[in-house]
Design a protein. Structure first.
Length: 299
């Protein structure tokens, strides 16, 4: 019987990445931009991380941004796609093919795990996060970015309306993405400490719908939902979707494509980390610190 957890067809995710790998350099703008943002965040941490893992490395974009940062002495790269792993291996770092849902690493193998726009294709994200925590050393850092629920909202709406008009029904032609509000709870559920989650939005513009679809395929980010429509989209459907999409066009007639970037930062528990005080243990009143009179409550 099918597993209800399987939102994504992981074999198709692998195949999409394999097909995209040879020409990735012409479409990897999003991976490179987010990789640099993740590396900038690592600059804000004073700790050093000698052994690090790049989980879902694509073509090695994050490795390039991390060069000389974070005190990393050895960076291991892995990707679900053999073709992507071979492409990333060109930089000479140890690289292997590995599934984020079944990590092959021993407990406490790494000081740092980073992941750049890969975890939104994982079916069992809580289980994946638990495995990541287990392969980190105590007081190890997890730093990752993935696509959030508001990603490609303009495309999703245009395709849904076009398909409803064409056939009276609509299937999921754009993948669902994780909700920003859920990410912090998932980190806590996996046993991480000090979780911080925030969202940002990046927008690219295209002359037409086909240009956007070409970029998504070129990144290996084409639809891989298990419940996706099995029938091929017709030219008529795409023409209608393009027409509907143009309601959101900018002053130059270009179509916006929004990518919500959800960034997660968390640490594996360690006795030396800051701990929240127990309720009622404060030695001074908040009202005194703020210089205000504390209101009297009546029952």
């Amino acid at each position: 019987m099918p597993d209800s957890m399987n939102v994504f067809d992981r074999r198709l995710v692998r195949r999409n990445r394999d097909r995209a790998a040879p020409g990735l350099g012409a479409h990897d703008f999003l991976f490179r931009e987010v990789a640099e943002r993740l590396a900038d965040r690592l600059d804000d941490v004073t700790r050093k991380f000698p052994r690090a893992l790049d989980l879902g490395c694509h073509g090695g974009e994050l490795a390039a941004s991390l060069r000389g940062r974070g005190g990393i002495e050895m960076l291991v790269q892995c990707d679900l796609s053999p073709a992507m792993a071979r492409r990333a291996q060109e930089n000479g770092r140890p690289t292997l093919v590995a599934d984020e849902e079944f990590l092959p690493f021993a407990p406490e193998s790494f000081d740092l795990v980073v992941s750049n726009l890969s975890l939104h294709w994982v079916n069992d994200l809580p289980g994946c996060l638990l495995q990541i925590r287990q392969c980190l050393k105590p007081d190890g850092l997890f730093l990752a970015a993935m696509l959030g629920g508001d990603t490609l909202g303009e495309l999703r709406q245009a395709l849904m309306e076009a398909e409803l008009a064409e056939s009276g029904g609509a299937g999921p032609r754009v993948s669902p993405f994780a909700d920003l509000r859920d990410a912090g709870g998932l980190l806590q559920r996996a046993g991480f400490a000090l979780p911080v989650v925030d969202g940002d939005r990046l927008t690219a513009t295209y002359p037409d719908l086909l240009g956007l679809m070409r970029d998504l395929r070129g990144m290996g980010e084409a639809n891989a939902v298990e419940a996706r429509p099995r029938r091929f989209a017709t030219r008529t459907l795409f023409a209608r979707a393009d027409h509907l999409y143009r309601r959101a066009a900018d002053a130059d007639g270009r179509l916006p494509a929004s990518f919500q970037i959800v960034t997660m930062t968390a640490w594996t528990p360690h006795a030396g980390q800051q701990q929240a005080l127990a309720p009622g243990s404060a030695r001074s009143r908040l009202a005194d610190a703020l210089g205000i009179d504390e209101p009297t409550r009546r029952r």
